[in-house]
Write a protein of this length. Structure first.
Length: 393
């Protein structure tokens, strides 16, 4: 009897402490768990309750939502039954006080559990903690245009998200104002600026994306057409800036600035750049850089010669035509031999000008649109002269 009792007791213990068979069968070895916590770094890393979390997957170039959940009173969340396929990349998102947050993208690899914590912050409309850690401006000369690229490292040194205070458009508040020269064109947002967050202004453009604690890179470019050997570059300083560095080609160009100091040259024989630098610029200040000796006169000389040739050809073409009308009025219907020679000379001059224009185009000496217009005009004149030669023969 005692032995039977011991057997029953042993069976009860096994049932209590061993995993139930139905549980082990229900668990899919090909699924994993994604968990995490929403932490507020402004509020001493407090876990945030009731925050909606959306889980996304990215596989084979396509993004799709996996599921949604909300955080518990301590800010924790979890997704179960998630595929552990190594080809899939997961990330989670949330929104707190109208600011979106994204986790780092991760894959399961050899793990069955992934942690995707999300750090959130309180918001502010004051830019007290917003700085430009560095602002680099690069300039190159291409034809009669300046090609300018600006790189800014913007840093939020506080523990709140700067969301701006001046509304430019419904739902869009200015967080960073960028001033550009009045002649600026061909603006390109290369990095750190998303077109749907950018609003064009009279001064240039403004970014309306929130600025979270930490650093972010902003890179953009534009062109400026100049007309003369001198040009004054004026740049407004939108936020407190630790340092500004200006780089321009070391090709005989003289530069003067009261705010920046010459720091020497950089580069090698393949390309050398002169370097100007300055530190500690307050918000709302500006730098002025004067350029002297820009290679504008070379291109101007080419165009002046080209235009003069065209004008002379046009005048030369008109003279024999007028003379021929005079001869016809006097009853002489034949064009003189000197006039025919003149027409041949004009045609050769036009063809020579076309050849020179083609050479200029190949060496980037002329604007492509202007090149096509001038070349079309010259070809038209050549055809007109050819018709006159046929008429005169």
């Amino acid at each position: 009897m005692k032995r039977i009792y011991n057997s029953i007791y042993t069976m009860v213990l096994l049932l209590l402490f061993l995993p139930l068979p139905v549980v082990s069968i229900a668990v899919d070895s090909s699924s994993g768990i994604i968990k995490g916590q929403v932490i507020n770094n402004t509020l001493d890393r407090k876990g945030m309750e009731g925050i909606e979390i959306i889980l996304y997957q990215f596989v084979d170039g396509k993004e799709s939502e996996v599921g949604r959940t909300k955080t518990n009173p301590s800010g924790f969340f979890s997704f179960q039954g998630i595929s552990v396929d190594k080809k899939i990349v997961y990330y989670s998102t949330t929104k707190y006080k109208e600011v979106e947050y994204f986790s780092q993208p991760v894959g399961f690899e050899d793990k069955k559990t992934l942690t995707l914590d999300l750090i959130v912050y309180e918001t502010t409309g004051q830019d007290t903690d917003i700085y430009a850690k560095m602002h680099h401006i690069f300039l190159e000369v291409k034809g009669d245009s300046l090609w300018i690229k600006e790189l800014m490292i913007v840093e939020n040194r506080g523990d709140t998200v700067y969301v701006g205070h001046k509304e430019l458009e419904p739902g869009k508040k200015e967080t960073l104002r960028i001033s550009l020269p009045k002649e600026a064109a061909n603006i390109q947002y290369i990095d750190g600026l998303m077109p749907w967050f950018v609003v064009k202004t009279e001064e240039g453009f403004s970014d309306t994306m929130d600025v979270k604690p930490g650093m972010k890179k902003i890179l953009f470019s534009y062109t400026v057409n100049y007309r003369g050997s001198t040009y004054q570059f004026i740049k407004g300083i939108p936020i407190k800036t630790d340092s500004i560095d200006f780089f321009f080609p070391d090709k005989g160009i003289k530069v003067k600035s009261d705010q920046l100091e010459f720091k020497g040259t950089l580069g090698d024989s393949a390309g050398r750049f002169s370097h100007l630098s300055g530190k500690n610029f307050p918000k709302g200040s500006q730098i002025v850089i004067e350029f002297h000796g820009l290679p504008w006169m070379k291109n101007l000389f080419k165009w002046v010669i080209l235009v003069l040739v065209i004008v002379l050809i046009g005048a030369g073409f008109a003279i024999p035509f007028i003379k021929r009308r005079q001869y016809q009025d006097e009853g002489d219907e034949q064009t003189s031999v000197p006039d025919i020679i003149n027409l041949y000379e004009q045609k050769q001059a036009v063809l020579q000008t076309i050849a020179e224009l083609d050479d200029l185009s190949e060496s980037d000496g002329v604007n492509s649109e202007e090149y096509q217009i001038k070349r079309t005009e010259l070809l038209k004149k050549a055809k007109e002269i050819t018709k006159q030669l046929k008429f005169s023969s």
